[in-house]
Design a protein around this ligand. Structure first.
Ligand SMILES: [Fe+2]
Ligand SMILES: [Fe+2]
Length: 279
C-alpha cells in the first residue's frame, strides 16, 4: 500500500466573512480576496487534502450574492468540501446556493450530518441560533448527536462545529460562545471514539483537553482578533497571517493536527543539515 492509502487528510478552513471590506492603515482588505488566497493554498498542497471542512461564517451578512461569490471560489477546490453554519450564516440562503449539497437537506431543518464513507468518521454539528451571535445545541440537536455517536461507538470520529465548545479565556469571544456546553461535554465523555472536536468562530488558534477528547479552534482564513484576556467592549480586526488546520489521520499513529499558514510566503536557500555541536 502506498502512503496515499494509509493517510487521510482533512483541511479545515473557517470564517471567511465574505461581503466585508476592512479598512487597515495600510489599505482596505476585501475579505473575498482572502478566500481566493485560501483556495489557491489548499489546491497547491502536495499531497492534496482528501476533503475540506468549512466551519461557518462563510459570509458576513447572510446575503445570497455573497454566498454565490463564496461558491465561485470553493468550486475551484480540487477536492470535495463540506459546509457547516456559523452565526453569520443563514440556513435558507446557504441551502439555496449550495443546493446540490444534499447532506444539508435534513428532515429536522438543522444542518447537521455525518460522513460515513471516510476512513475517519466525520460528524458536523449546527450551532447556529438565528438572531444571535452565541451558539446553541438544543435538545433536538443534542439528541441527534447522541444517536449518531451511539450507532458506531468503535469508529474513530472527528466532530466539526462553528462555536467552540470550551471557554478560551478571552472574555469577549467567550461572551459570544456556545450555550449548553455541559450537555455536549457529557455526551462526548460517553463517546471516547471522538478523536477531536474542531471549531472556528474565535478567529484564533486554541486547543484544550476536553471531556476525554481534544478540542481545537482554527484561525480564520480572513482576519484575526487580538489575543485579549481582558474585558473589552469590542475587538478590532487584526491582520495576522491567515491559516487553516490540517488533520492527518493515520490509524497506526492517531490524529495529528497541523496549523498551516496561508501564503504566499518566500522560501530561503537551505544550508543543508548542519553538523551537530560537538560535545
Ligand atoms: Fe467569524
Ligand atoms: Fe462566528
Amino acid at each position: 500500500m502506498d502512503s496515499s492509502d494509509r493517510y487521510f487528510t482533512i483541511a479545515q478552513i473557517s470564517d471567511f466573512h465574505v461581503g466585508r471590506v476592512i479598512p487597515f492603515p495600510s489599505g482596505e482588505v476585501d475579505l473575498f480576496n482572502q478566500l481566493v488566497r485560501t483556495v489557491d493554498c489548499l489546491n497547491a498542497l502536495d499531497p492534496a487534502p482528501d476533503v475540506v471542512m468549512v466551519t461557518g461564517d462563510l459570509v458576513n451578512h447572510g446575503k445570497l450574492d455573497d454566498y454565490r461569490r463564496v461558491r465561485s471560489q470553493l468550486g475551484r477546490l480540487l477536492m470535495p468540501y463540506y459546509l457547516a453554519a456559523g452565526n453569520h450564516d443563514q440556513r435558507k440562503s446557504l441551502i439555496e446556493v449550495f443546493n446540490d449539497h444534499s447532506y444539508l437537506k435534513t428532515s429536522d431543518g438543522f444542518l447537521h450530518y455525518s460522513l460515513e464513507d471516510k476512513p475517519l468518521r466525520i460528524v458536523t454539528l449546527d450551532t447556529l441560533e438565528p438572531g444571535t451571535h452565541f451558539g446553541l445545541l438544543c435538545k433536538t440537536r443534542l439528541d441527534w448527536l447522541e444517536r449518531i455517536l451511539s450507532e458506531q461507538p468503535d469508529r474513530p470520529t472527528i466532530i466539526f462545529m462553528h462555536h467552540p465548545p470550551f471557554e478560551t479565556g478571552m472574555p469577549y469571544p467567550d461572551s459570544l460562545g456556545m450555550r449548553g456546553k455541559q450537555a455536549l461535554g457529557e455526551i462526548i465523555r460517553r463517546n471516547p471514539q471522538v478523536e477531536a472536536i474542531s471549531s472556528g468562530h474565535s478567529h484564533r488558534d486554541a486547543s484544550l483537553r476536553w471531556n476525554g477528547t481534544i478540542a481545537y479552534t482554527v484561525p480564520s482564513s480572513s482576519f484575526s482578533y487580538k489575543l485579549e484576556f481582558h474585558e473589552v467592549d469590542d475587538l478590532d480586526p487584526l491582520l495576522e497571517p491567515i491559516a487553516c488546520r490540517i488533520f492527518r489521520w493515520d490509524p497506526s499513529v492517531g490524529l495529528v493536527s497541523h496549523l498551516n499558514y496561508i501564503g504566499p510566503y518566500e522560501y530561503g536557500i537551505t544550508e543543508g543539515v548542519p553538523e551537530p555541536p560537538s560535545a
